[in-house]
Design a protein around this ligand. Structure first.
Ligand code: ATP
Length: 263
């Protein structure tokens, strides 16, 4: 059982991270002294009102953007002192990404899309690895299909397989179910949670949806660039209630959460 932030076993740790956009006199403080960790083998959801800094936190934690100050340590690497080339290699080799838009290459087959990160890194997959990852996401029979021949949920499964194939230290997911219908979203969330439970994958997911957040082990709440709360073993109702208190929702939105009710 993988729970909690894990203390010394964090896959990623942010300490006093501050991110300021814009020039002097016109500054936006997107992250303001954020200190938190994402334990190995845990699934964390990041929630907060629009503009609270969720995407900025994800980008700093993933080495896509550099904090203005503070430290980000991914496994044993301090990201703030890395060159752009080193960060590119880190993102390619040790981090996986899943986005709302699936970002698959239309001319490539499922199998070619999934193995692309390895080929870009000049590596070939270990024997049986591609087949086993495609089995894991339920697409064993579809490996020669192209993205246009798949449903939205299946395309997101390909994107998940592509993120899993390199066995990254962390998978960062930005609204991964935002473009999916309720049922398909639940299947994709089950798959993500399954990869945490069964293989010890670490996942950090930004979401607006309390039902999606209820699949995580922990929810981190942001407001105005600061961590304002945490919840372990979240339920959709408890998350929606906390978000309402943060001013993120009107009452109507709370009564009709995007992915449809409690699990
Ligand atoms: N490149 C940028 N230049 C200037 N300001 C930015 C930039 N990116 C983000 N910001 C600002 O930083 C703050 C945090 O933005 P961020 O996108 O991280 O919030 P968010 O919580 O992900 O929002 P949403 O839920 O709407 O996607 C906002 O005030 C935003 O306008």
């Amino acid at each position: 059982m993988f729970t909690g932030t894990g203390g010394g076993t964090d896959a990623v740790r942010l300490t006093a991270v501050r991110k300021v956009y814009g020039r002097r006199g016109n500054e936006v403080v997107a992250l303001d002294d954020v200190t938190t960790g994402f334990g190995r083998g845990t699934f964390t959801a990041i929630m907060g009102p629009s503009g609270s800094g969720k995407s900025t936190l994800l980008q700093c934690a993933a080495g896509l953007d550099q904090p203005t100050s503070g430290s980000v340590v991914l496994e044993d690497s301090e990201l703030s002192t890395m060159t752009e080339t080193e960060l590119t290699e880190l993102r390619r080799d040790r981090v996986g990404f899943i986005f709302q838009a699936f970002n698959l290459l239309p001319v490539l087959t499922v199998e070619q899309n999934v193995t692309l990160p390895l080929r870009l890194a000049g590596r070939s997959p270990a024997r049986g690895r591609v087949a086993s990852v495609l089995e894991q996401v339920g697409l064993g029979e579809r490996r020669r299909h192209r993205p246009a021949e798949l449903s939205g949920g299946q395309q997101q499964r390909v994107a998940i397989a592509r993120a899993l194939i390199t066995e990254p230290a962390v998978i960062f997911a930005d609204e991964p179910t935002g473009a999916l219908d309720t049922r398909t979203a639940r299947d994709v969330l089950d798959l993500m949670r399954g990869s945490v439970r069964q293989t010890g994958q670490t996942i950090v997911m930004v979401t607006h949806d309390p039902v999606a957040a209820s699949y995580a082990d922990r929810v981190l709440f942001l407001a105005d660039g600061r961590v304002v709360g945490e919840m372990q073993s979240p339920t959709a109702d408890a998350v929606a209630e906390r978000m309402t208190r943060l001013g993120a929702y009107s009452d109507e939105a709370r009564r009709a959460p995007a992915a449809g009710g409690q699990r």
